[in-house]
Design a protein around this ligand. Structure first.
Ligand SMILES: [Zn+2]
Length: 396
């Protein structure tokens, strides 16, 4: 081989290497990352979705490979790290009329011990493993506020989920003091979520804690005052909701309008006394209990006690399936279903039971844009256009 041919070969090799590098870079870009995080295809027919119209699972499409004609529907640029808005709907089949799971947590412990509540107690290690599972399955956390407003701000192709915590137990969250500073207890559900969020920031650090103000400083028992604990939650983008003063049973306990008003109003009053603008806009019904009369039910939503007005935009039940999204004609904000986290013993309709059934065909799959509601044409009857709340409805 003469010198000229050697040079030509060298140029050819360099070109091939550069092409290879570019190709690899392209395929490890945001497109592939989303592809990895996109809900896995599930072609198993589900008894839960008889006649589900589209058989096509939600799959992300990687960026065009070199040499392909640029596609005008190429995914939009990332809006922020880990967040994608996409408009190539046919390729990944968003469905923002699908259901949204709202998970209900109670007690967290290091290990199960005899005498513990079997259904509502979770170990930290199980919780940690569940976070991984949910993340891998394509779920991303949203706040209760965003759920209520249907402002779903999760990456395109992923599915929103809400975490709710009842009773203010210290396993859910507590503070510890280190060198004179208050920090989250790493052995609490929130501590575990915060560590998980460092690894997977796109999972989201969201959740609402429903508290009973009559528990006083026993709520999130640990270091600091109740005010410090509430402030910590709010400053980290978490939310507080009401679970009534006295953890009352609305079916068998409180019977009169005054009692209903007091159980809710007094809880709000006590919250204001600690943090003046801590307005509870969501309530979790203790025991999932409802008053028998419509007159009393109306007071769960809105009322005035001792000069304090309260209004709940969502009221959480206890059982037992994913929620319709707030834009659904079947959504009832006064009794929003939740799914319980699996406890020591699995029960029907707990989260573990639901996981294989919560496929992209059934669930809310986001387009990534909180200002649009993107729905397949053949599911437009699943949208109540009067509850779009200023969002743009896009049918495809
Ligand atoms: Zn409770």
């Amino acid at each position: 081989m003469d010198k000229r041919n050697k040079s030509a070969l060298l140029v050819l090799v360099i070109c091939m290497v550069i092409t290879g590098v570019l190709y690899t870079a392209c395929n490890t870009g945001p497109g592939s990352e989303i592809s990895k995080n996109t809900p896995a295809a599930d072609n198993t027919p589900s008894a839960e979705t008889p006649g589900a119209p589209d058989e096509t699972p939600a799959t992300a499409v990687p960026h065009p490979t070199p040499g392909e004609t640029p596609d005008t529907t190429e995914p939009a640029q990332e809006q922020r790290p880990g967040h994608l808005i996409r408009t190539d709907y046919e390729n990944f089949q968003p469905n923002e009329s699908g259901e949204i799971p709202i998970i209900m947590f109670h007690n967290f412990v290091e290990a199960f011990e005899p005498g513990m509540d079997k259904e509502f107690t979770t170990t930290f290690s199980e919780f940690e493993a569940m976070l991984e599972t949910l993340y891998e399955q394509g779920f991303r956390l949203i706040s209760m506020r965003d759920f209520i407003e249907c402002s779903i701000d999760v990456p395109a192709g992923t599915m929103p989920m809400v975490f709710t915590f009842d009773d203010g137990t210290s396993g859910q969250f507590s503070l510890i003091e280190e060198d004179g500073t208050l920090k989250v207890n790493p052995r609490s559900a929130l501590g575990i979520m915060m560590a998980f969020n460092e690894k997977h920031p796109d999972f989201g650090l969201k959740g609402i804690f429903y508290v009973n103000m009559d528990y006083g400083s026993k709520t999130f028992d640990g270091a600091g005052e109740l005010k410090d604990r509430f402030r910590f939650l709010l400053e980290h983008g978490l939310e507080l909701g009401t679970h009534t003063w006295g953890h009352v049973n609305f079916t068998t306990g409180v019977k009169t309008a005054d009692q209903v008003l007091e159980s809710i109003g007094r809880n709000q009053e006590a919250a204001y006394s600690i943090i003046p603008d801590l307005e509870f806009y969501s309530m979790a019904l203790p025991y999932g209990s409802l008053p028998k009369s419509d007159e009393l039910k109306a007071l769960l939503r809105e009322g005035t006690y001792n000069g304090i007005h309260y209004e709940h935009k969502s009221i959480m039940a206890v059982g037992a399936n994913p929620s319709k999204p707030p834009i659904s004609p079947d959504y009832n904000p006064e009794y929003v279903p939740r799914i319980r986290m699996q406890g020591m013993e699995p029960v029907i309709q707990d989260l573990t039971w639901w996981l294989p059934k919560m496929t992209p065909e059934r669930m809310f799959v986001s387009d990534g844009d909180p200002d649009t509601i993107v729905v397949p044409e053949d599911r437009k009857d699943r949208v109540n256009e009067s509850s779009l709340n200023g969002k743009t409805l896009i049918l495809y």
